[in-house]
Design a protein around this ligand. Structure first.
Ligand code: SF4
Length: 367
């Protein structure tokens, strides 16, 4: 298993990651507190998709004591957005609604330029604004959301980045991120930029704000480094919530833009996305007859995973699907066709919202 900010491969064992990264599992008491403030428990909490944290209990204490709280997450804009990217963004909207928090959303168009040999600055900055449409389509509050382009907003970031950079040594960066002498110097500097949104709200408001970062667990090394220096700069350590990865439609592995045939992009024509679903890897048997007699295996099925992660909100219906699959009462063709229809409707609706977002974009950009 490899899990770094740039590479995820192998079968990811999330319990081992909790141990290896030194994070804490999201336990019932914390879920109850989140649910109490939000009015309901998000699907991604009920089903353990957000599974680990650092200092979430402290962040909730701060909120409950009436102290200012904020949110920070982001995206590396290297191509179109897929469903795996949307997963934590939907959850971030839930947190923003529940806590009325400001969100600083960082587009790391500088990092993507630095690490992708084939991408120009125009490419990555262009993706910043295209990907921002997807974020806005998730329904975030324009009054409370600030989208940062590292390249175009460097004036807002630079002083804080310098303060971070002065506190972090090259040997720390090499150890935390596994960099080598042949990596370019931009990548060595970049973690200072990625740390800035942890502190930017505090700096802009002139008071210390408790920040929570909801993101996939592969980004954890950035915040380990940031937490080490936060207090030396006079700010709180950022709290974190870690999400699992949405699987791709193939056998094993997370959804990845580098395997477009097994990823569903938000800009895919709905019919094309439906075709990908119909070709997905399932936990079914080689023949209908065997499946009816022996049942399928939802634990390895990508179709079941999509119902689980995103498309079956009702826990009772999800449990029935699992039972029906295991008993052979449902067969894969029917199960896939139903999901394909759901995804077609989802994409048609999302793409309408995404187009409307073009008129709203300016309201969301960091000023
Ligand atoms: S019936 Fe549905 S859940 Fe079960 S293996 Fe087939 S596609 Fe997957």
């Amino acid at each position: 298993m490899i899990v770094t900010p740039w590479k995820v491969s192998g079968d990811v064992d999330y319990n081992r990651l909790i141990e290896r990264f030194g994070t804490r599992p999201l336990i019932r008491g914390l879920l109850d507190r989140l649910g109490r403030h939000a009015g309901h428990l998000h699907l991604q909490l009920r089903r353990g998709i957000f599974f680990s944290h650092r200092d979430l209990d402290w962040w909730l204490d701060m909120y409950e004591a009436g102290q200012p709280v904020g949110l920070y997450t982001g995206r590396g804009p290297s191509g179109p957005v897929h469903l795996g990217h949307l997963l934590p963004w939907f959850f971030t909207k839930y947190l923003q609604d529940a806590f009325g928090a400001e969100l600083y959303f960082q587009m790391t168009d500088d990092e993507k330029f630095l690490i992708h040999p084939d991408l120009s600055l125009d490419d990555t900055v262009g993706y910043t604004y295209e990907n921002a449409l997807d974020l806005i389509a998730c329904g975030l509050d324009p009054e409370k959301t600030h989208i940062i382009s590292d390249v175009n907003n460097i004036g807002h970031l630079y002083k804080l980045a310098l303060r971070v950079a002065k506190r972090v040594t090259y040997s720390t960066i090499k150890a935390v991120f596994g960099l080598t002498d042949s990596d370019n110097i931009g990548i060595i500097w970049f973690p200072a930029i990625q740390a800035v949104p942890c502190f930017i709200q505090s700096a802009r408001e002139g008071r210390n704000v408790a920040v929570l970062i909801p993101a996939a667990i592969d980004q954890d090394p950035y915040w380990r480094m940031t937490r080490d220096i936060a207090e030396k700069l006079g700010y709180y350590k950022p709290a974190q919530m870690h999400a699992k990865f949405l699987p791709g439609l193939g056998r094993g592995g997370k959804m990845s833009a580098s395997m477009p045939e097994t990823a569903i992009f938000t800009i895919d024509p709905p019919e094309a996305a439906a075709k990908k679903v119909m070709s997905a890897f399932t936990g079914g048997r080689p023949t209908v007859r065997e499946q009816q007699e022996l049942g399928g295996d939802p634990s390895i099925c990508t179709i079941y995973a999509y119902y689980y992660y995103l498309f079956e909100e009702d826990d009772a219906k999800l449990a029935k699907l699992e039972r029906d699959c295991r008993s052979g009462a449902i067969i894969c063709g029917e199960c896939k066709a139903r999901l394909a229809e759901i995804i077609k409707r989802f994409l048609a609706d999302f793409q309408r919202k995404r187009e409307k977002a073009r008129d709203l974009l300016d309201q969301f950009l960091l000023k």
